[in-house]
Ligand binder design. Structure first.
Ligand code: FAD
Length: 462
């Protein structure tokens, strides 16, 4: 048995970042992880492997569609799926090994095995019980499914199976037009798969800005994805190596079926707290199964904290990381803080989609008077040169004070561009603050400045 100041259960971006900050603040720290590698969903079966496949297939798309236009002639690359999988695996390995290195550097113990909390101040791993002044639950999430749809990770897969398919399918049905469904759908569409996305709601990416949704759907359709919106999946039947997906149009109740080699169930994720013993120790959960926390991320049991996908809020790696740092600082007697109003969300398709703050419909609903400054990438020289003129930047600012309330970008490097707006929002900045800042030419970021200018006297290049 060992004694620690802090034991973190789970080594995803929430848990490992929390542990490193705890160690930096002088706390004796251990992390319990049941899987063979550190890094959680994000590094092993989430953010990192999906971005590797998105990158590789985007390169293929560029070679197929844009190289010849720039005078780059030659044979279009063919796809070696095994090699692409090996590249993905190598990327994961470099990242997970990196966390192991950081643990050693910061003298964090990795307690290998499944952790549970037999009592406040105690963590059980295998046959051993360790003592901890503070316990941080960072056990993350697992894929959710639908009634009538059984995931076998072979024909009917979650995102985990979709990242490691044995071969590239001819036909794929993606259930759910959210971030994960569209990213993985894009990967396979670029590899030649006929991808049909079936979505219950009438729009794709429901939380996004309405104009972004429309343009995004148009661009993905141009890239070969087919959308069936307003359709409720009734069930998936597997026969041999094929699946039949039955869905009902919500408008008129009519039913249709689609055949596919692979069905990706991308209907969201659920918090994972199995086997922790929360009930016995008296930690409250919500009706959605999330660990209930207060504004300091403390549970109702003194000394037990919770962060990341296991608690409420967007299921995003950087939100988990921020909460990990905040809890570590609070435990160390500092003032841990997460600004939930400024958490960017990004879809890493091509073009990328990024958002922060409020949407127009949210502002309208809240009765807040705002102005919208919009600028198309068609007016951006760099984007035009790079065949990346599709999309726009939209900044929403308070009608009276000019303070930035939200921003929505669809276009090249949107996931990076969003951050100058995040920084401005963090400082309580106005659209004019961005408009008055010199931006290097020619960069995509000039489109952000132009959108900020459009909140005032007008953009220059539109
Ligand atoms: P997790 O990363 O889920 O880690 C939890 C860890 O706890 C796991 O390693 C698990 O094995 C371990 N564990 C659980 N219970 C126990 C136990 N009792 N004992 C020991 N160990 C335990 N987010 C982004 O921000 N950007 C992206 O681009 C992005 N892409 C994604 C793509 C896909 C395909 C998926 C599935 C997710 C993606 N996400 C992305 C979401 C992101 O992965 C999660 O939000 C993030 O991993 C949550 O971090 P976490 O630390 O809360 O939990």
């Amino acid at each position: 048995m060992s004694s620690y100041d802090v034991i973190v259960i789970g080594s995803g971006p929430g848990g490992y970042v929390c542990a490193i900050r705890c160690a930096q603040l002088g706390l004796k720290t251990a992390v319990v992880e049941k899987d063979d590698t550190l890094g959680g969903t994000c590094l092993n079966v989430g953010c990192i492997p999906s971005k590797a496949l998105l990158h590789a297939t985007h390169m293929l798309h560029e070679a197929e569609h844009n190289f010849a236009r720039m005078g780059l002639k030659g044979k279009t690359p063919s796809v070696d799926w095994k090699e692409m999988q090996a590249y993905k695996k190598d990327t994961i390995g470099q990242n997970t090994k990196g966390i192991e290195f950081l643990f050693k550097k910061n003298k964090i113990d990795w307690l290998k095995g499944h952790g549970s909390i037999p009592a406040a101040g105690k963590v059980r791993v295998g046959d051993e019980t360790h003592e901890a002044k503070h316990i941080v639950i960072a056990t993350g999430s697992a894929p959710a499914t639908l009634p009538g749809v059984e995931i076998d990770e072979s024909i009917v897969v979650s995102s985990t199976g979709a990242l490691s398919l044995g071969k590239i399918p001819k036909r794929m049905v993606v259930i759910g037009a959210g971030v994960i469904g569209l990213e993985m759908g894009s990967v396979y569409a670029r590899l030649g798969t006929q991808v049909t996305v079936v979505e219950y709601l009438d729009t794709i990416t429901p939380a996004m800005d309405g104009e972004v949704q429309k343009q995004f759907q148009k661009l993905l359709t141009k890239q070969g994805l087919t959308f069936v919106l307003g359709a409720a999946v009734q069930g998936v039947e597997v026969k041999g190596q094929k699946a039949r997906v039955t869905y009902q149009h919500r408008k008129d109740g009519s039913e249709e079926t689609l055949e596919a080699d692979t069905v990706l169930v991308a209907t969201g994720r659920r918090p994972y707290t199995e086997g922790l013993g929360l009930e016995a120790v008296g930690v409250e959960t919500t009706d959605k199964g999330q660990v209930r926390t207060d504004e300091r991320l403390s549970t109702n049991v003194e000394g037990i904290w919770a962060i990341g996908d296991a608690v409420t809020g967007p299921m995003l790696a950087h939100k988990a990381e921020d909460e990990g740092i905040a809890v570590a600082e609070t435990i160390a007697g500092q003032h841990g803080h997460v600004n939930y109003g400024v958490i960017p969300s990004v879809i890493y398709t091509h073009p990328e989609v990024a958002a922060v703050g409020r949407t127009e419909s949210e502002l309208k609903e809240a009765g807040i008077a705002y102005k919208a400054g919009k600028f198309s990438f068609m007016g951006n020289g760099r984007a035009k040169a790079n065949f990346a003129g599709d999309g726009f930047v939209k900044i929403l600012a308070d009608a009276t004070t000019d303070r930035i309330l939200g921003a929505h970008i669809i276009g090249p490097m949107a996931g990076d561009l969003i951050h100058e707006i995040c920084v401005a929002m963090e400082f309580g900045g106005a659209a004019q603050d961005i408009a008055l800042t010199c931006h290097a030419h020619p960069t995509y970021s000039e489109a952000v400045r132009e959108a900020a200018l459009a909140c005032g006297d007008g953009a220059i290049h539109s």
